[in-house]
Design a protein around this ligand. Structure first.
Ligand SMILES: [Zn+2]
Length: 302
């Protein structure tokens, strides 16, 4: 009897250990890569995202809790370029987790294979520019979402090769969903092709390219540099000349500058979502486009 009890406790502990070993702990820098990693990893993963969806991904305050998450992670996913360069490398180094450092199997740079836009001919941080390796906001094109998903899938397969077919089936399902939804997103945006808009930060070029908008100028004179009075004067002139109806901004920018332009011109300020979780209704990567396209087409239609 005693042996039986010991044996069942032993088997229970083996099962417990086994289930712990099975869960792949993933840490992503943003909510968008969290959503995609959850779709590719399914029940095999547990994903934690560092930045919230309503936070500016360029500027995130490092917290000790993030280091603890990273030290226990099997896989780390970064959007790369210089999007998170102000905070992510130092967190990664502090985690002292060799499995997820750059070059390790557990390190995924989601930008691999993405056709980057606005890549400058020389690297120059003069005047505070924070897009020195090209525009890093590439996840705002759903077709780049497929590249992100592919890179995450490759990362998961490296650390968990026994689940390769599971991850690849999920990748295919994700790609199929994007293709399916893209048709309705295209048709919703078709009537607004070439519509001119103003944006706060230069983070919409991939979205603009995919859905045929035309961003005329930015409230920020350079990415990361807050709007200046002379820039606002220039913008007001451009809005009037081009009969622009919409100024696109994000939840993490103050409305004071866009309010000035709105007041002077009548253009409407639209707070779009740059990430999953920017607003409560945006639960996953598909919702992000549903939300933005609904809001944008509504405003352009007025
Ligand atoms: Zn940016």
């Amino acid at each position: 009897m005693k042996i039986k009890i010991i044996l069942s406790i032993f088997l229970y502990m083996v099962a417990l250990n086994f289930s712990f070993a099975e869960t792949i702990h993933v840490v992503t820098t943003t909510q968008d890569t969290r959503s995609i990693a959850e779709m590719i990893g399914g029940a095999k993963v547990d994903v934690f995202a560092i930045a919230t969806g309503y936070q500016n991904p360029h500027f995130v305050d490092p917290k000790p809790s993030y280091i603890i998450k990273l030290s226990n992670a099997n896989l780390f996913v970064t959007l790369g370029l210089d999007l998170e360069s102000g905070w992510s490398p130092s967190l990664l180094a502090s985690s002292r987790n060799p499995k997820i450092q750059k070059g390790s199997d557990g390190y995924v740079d989601a930008s691999v294979g993405v056709s980057l836009m606005q890549v400058p001919s020389s690297i120059n941080r003069a005047e505070g520019d924070i897009h020195i390796f090209g525009n890093p906001h590439y996840w705002l094109d759903p077709l780049n979402g497929k590249m992100i998903a592919r890179n995450i899938c490759i990362g998961l397969e490296k650390i968990s090769p026994e689940n390769k077919s599971f991850f690849e089936a999920n990748l295919k399902a994700f790609n199929d969903q994007i293709d399916l939804r893209l048709k309705s997103w295209y048709s919703a945006m078709a009537a607004f092709k070439g519509s001119k808009v103003i944006a706060y930060h230069n983070e919409w070029c991939y979205f603009e390219n995919r859905f045929g908008l035309q961003i005329v100028d930015f409230l920020e004179p350079k990415p990361g540099i807050p709007p200046t009075p002379s820039q606002l004067v220039k913008i007001i002139k451009e809005v009037k000349e081009n009969h622009i109806k919409v100024i696109i901004t994000s939840p993490y920018f103050t409305s004071s500058s866009s309010d000035v332009v709105s007041k002077e011109t009548g253009a409407k300020t639209l707070v779009l979502a740059t990430s999953v979780g920017a607003f409560d209704s945006i639960k996953n990567y598909y919702d992000l486009f549903d939300y933005n396209i609904k809001l944008l087409t509504g405003a352009l239609n007025l």
